[in-house]
Design a protein. Structure first.
Length: 116
């Protein structure tokens, strides 16, 4: 998926692809893309500046955007996007099967956190 990532963020893991869980073939069969739908899809860390250089803070001192598909590889699953602090305490979360809603929400959250 194309993401608008503002300055000050580091993509540390990305397997968030622009694919549907199941694509209709010729009407008689489905092509399943379950290799793309796992609990580990995307992680983005908010960076900090120290002495004029960007760096990724230690985990306990960072904000992390985490995206996964739950339950893992399940046809009935959905995306779960979380914004967590360094101790993995949830600040915000959203679940949806709509990857475009997830994309829009992630971009909005990053813009909001950039002002904090």
């Amino acid at each position: 998926m194309q993401l608008k990532i503002p300055a000050g963020y580091a993509v540390t893991y990305n397997k968030f692809y622009d694919v549907e869980p199941a694509l209709s073939g010729d009407g008689s069969c489905f092509i399943e893309n379950w290799t793309f739908f796992t609990e580990d899809l995307l992680q983005i860390s908010k960076m900090k500046i120290k002495k004029g250089s960007w760096y990724i803070p230690e985990r306990e001192d960072t904000m992390l955007f985490d995206l996964g598909w739950y339950p893992d590889s399940d046809i009935n699953g959905q995306y779960c996007l979380q914004l967590v602090d360094g101790n993995w305490n949830e600040i915000e979360s959203i679940s949806s099967r709509d990857r475009f809603l997830i994309q829009e929400t992630l971009e909005k959250w990053m813009e909001e956190q950039q002002r904090v």
